[in-house]
Design a protein around this ligand. Structure first.
Ligand SMILES: [Zn+2]
Length: 279
């Protein structure tokens, strides 16, 4: 472990590198503690906030964060400080950072036809955090560059004020913090996501409905879902397993008045900018 850390110090903060942890996932999870994840996520979130346009409407933001809070209260695992932010982009995308921060694009809110569909997307992202998928990725070195740089800087800077991490964070784009999880992790996030929805009283069929929306969008305007599909498996490959998971377990909350008033607010906002144009 010692060599690993000193090597990280040498390579930090900007190099892209692969870590090899011979003893597999158990050792991997132990290497990055829950506290590390939370700290990394916080640093990454700071960097992302600098360049990601957030929806200004406080009612829309409030809707997303209260829905997120309600769902994350039912997540398994450590007591992470979850937070839910809404990016002002028209494309359909969502992602989670280590240790709690979750982002969803305004495009998902516009495309959703009921609350259980938005809940399905959030529950899946919450599940990635709860099941510590980023910790595994960080240790395997297969993680997004930005986070790997932060990890290196963070380990080199233990006890310091996080200056090194801030430096790394300044040099990377929000994209470089988006994680691409393994197929197994995605399956697990779908499973745990469905459980979160059920525990929170939501109709888990919302996830399946959202897959149909994604597939339809993919046919109509592929650019709108390109990023989502670069970090998530294709809808078709998730549908079959999700159908088995959801099975006869339909039922539960599908909508709310808060959802309807959020949709009305959205209609009054100027069109959301495109991720492509702001890059
Ligand atoms: Zn996922």
């Amino acid at each position: 472990m010692k060599t690993l850390i000193s090597w990280l110090k040498q390579s930090a903060p900007t190099a892209t590198f692969a870590l090899v942890v011979g003893s597999g996932t158990v050792a991997a999870i132990q290497l990055v503690s829950v506290e590390d994840e939370i700290k990394l996520g916080r640093d990454a979130q700071q960097a992302i906030r600098k360049e990601m346009p957030e929806v200004r409407d406080t009612a829309v933001r409030g809707y997303v964060s209260s829905l997120g809070e309600r769902l994350s209260a039912h997540a398994s695992g450590a007591d992470y400080p979850y937070s839910f932010s809404t990016a002002d982009y028209r494309e359909l995308n969502a992602f989670a950072l280590p240790g709690g921060p979750v982002w969803i694009n305004r495009g998902i809110l516009s495309a959703a036809k009921n609350e259980s569909q938005v809940a399905g997307v959030l529950a899946h992202e919450i599940a990635h955090v709860a099941r510590r998928h980023s910790a595994q990725q960080l240790t395997k070195g297969t993680v997004a560059n930005g986070l790997m740089g932060l990890l290196g800087a963070f380990i080199g800077d233990r006890g310091g004020a996080g200056a090194a991490a801030a430096q790394v964070a300044a040099g990377v784009t929000a994209n470089s913090f988006m994680l691409k999880f393994s197929r197994d992790d995605e399956r697990e996030a779908d499973r745990e996501g469905v459980q979160i929805l059920q525990r929170a009283g939501y109709d888990p069929r919302g996830v399946l409905e959202f897959m149909q929306i994604l597939a339809a969008q993919q046919g109509r305007s592929p650019g709108a879902v390109a990023q989502f599909l670069s970090t998530h498996p294709a809808p078709a490959s998730r549908v079959q397993e999700l159908q088995q998971l959801v099975g006869a377990a339909g039922g539960g909350r599908r909508n709310s008045e808060a959802f309807s008033s959020m949709k009305q607010r959205l209609d009054r906002l100027p069109a959301a900018p495109s991720m492509a144009r702001t890059r």
